[in-house]
Design a protein around this ligand. Structure first.
Ligand code: PDD
Length: 285
């Protein structure tokens, strides 16, 4: 049993408790981060810290810890299972006041701060040959999907529906335009150009998304951040989803529609190789 971090202490996971009045429990009033680490070294630590600070500012919650304090506690969490590739999960809620009230609690109520590390599951053995299937559904989340909040019931429903249909993910569309996945960002290769929807309040600024754009451009590939229509997605040569734990995942079927040749494409292979190489050259915490 590994320890998790909870409000300043390291405690065994099965002994960690939060009060029922916690606003995360009652309202989903909090934010989170997921940071992949390989050999104890994080992917784009500063970018994750900046996004956490943006999410906190977006829900008007002061940063509970300095970046240095986050770094120290994360190093301690990772050290429990040295050598393993692990994702760090950081979670901050607006704390547990004595009564339930939608309005913010008084300033003397401290936020609830939790963090844990868990091993990253290896990618499916068939991924590089077969890719994955995704569904497409109408967007039904809120207007600030750029904030990484713990209010995730829509994402839960989309994930469950995908799982029930043996799909990896649900892509979201609005008015015929693709947005992102329920827990990933979207890329498509159309006419040889790598496309991904531009950042806005409608989607999360994925750290993997930004990294993939940088790796692609460094490899001399063209990347355009521009809207992708539902119609052009079906005609794409390649489609990928990206996230901290999925890395770059090739999509070979959108519901019944086969993408490209029905197997992961050459540009995915090139970028996946660049991503795997990048993981070997990370900075320590
Ligand atoms: N999900 N979009 C959404 C809605 C997400 O939830 C995520 C990540 C992403 C990709 O962001 P990143 O590349 O920084 O992981 C995009 C995480 C992994 C999760 O919810 O567990």
């Amino acid at each position: 049993m590994t320890d998790i971090y909870l409000n300043g202490a390291f405690v065994p996971l099965n002994q960690a408790r939060v009060p029922v009045m916690d606003r995360g429990f009652l309202f989903g009033d909090g934010v989170y981060e997921v940071i992949p680490t390989y050999g104890g070294r994080p992917v784009r630590w500063i970018a994750h810290m900046e996004r956490l600070e943006r999410s906190l500012a977006g829900i008007r919650l002061a940063p509970p810890l300095t970046r240095e304090a986050w770094s120290d506690l994360c190093a301690r969490l990772l050290a429990q299972q040295p050598g393993l590739d692990q994702s760090l999960y950081l979670h901050v809620t607006r704390g547990a006041p004595p009564t339930r009230d939608h309005r913010f609690p008084s300033d003397d109520i401290p936020p609830t701060v939790m963090a844990l590390a868990k091993p990253i599951s290896p990618r499916p053995a068939t991924l590089a040959e077969q890719g994955v299937t995704v569904l497409v559904r109408e967007e039904l989340r809120w207007g600030r999907c750029d904030l990484k909040t713990i209010s995730l019931v829509a994402a839960v429903l989309f994930a469950q529906e995908a799982s029930e249909q043996d799909a990896e993910e649900t892509l979201l569309q609005r008015d015929g335009w693709m947005i992102e996945g329920a827990s990933s960002n979207l890329f498509a290769v159309i006419d040889g150009v790598i496309l991904t929807p531009p950042l806005s309040h409608a989607l999360l600024a994925g750290i993997t998304r930004a990294l993939v754009i940088d790796l692609a451009r460094a490899a001399g590939l063209r990347v355009d951040e521009r809207p992708i229509s539902r119609t052009e997605l079906n005609q794409a040569q390649e489609v990928w989803i990206t996230s901290a734990t999925r890395e770059i995942m090739p999509v070979t079927r959108i519901e019944q529609q086969v993408i490209g040749e029905g197997c992961p494409g050459p540009i995915w292979r090139k970028l996946d190789a660049a991503y795997q190489d990048y993981k070997q050259h990370l900075e320590p915490l």
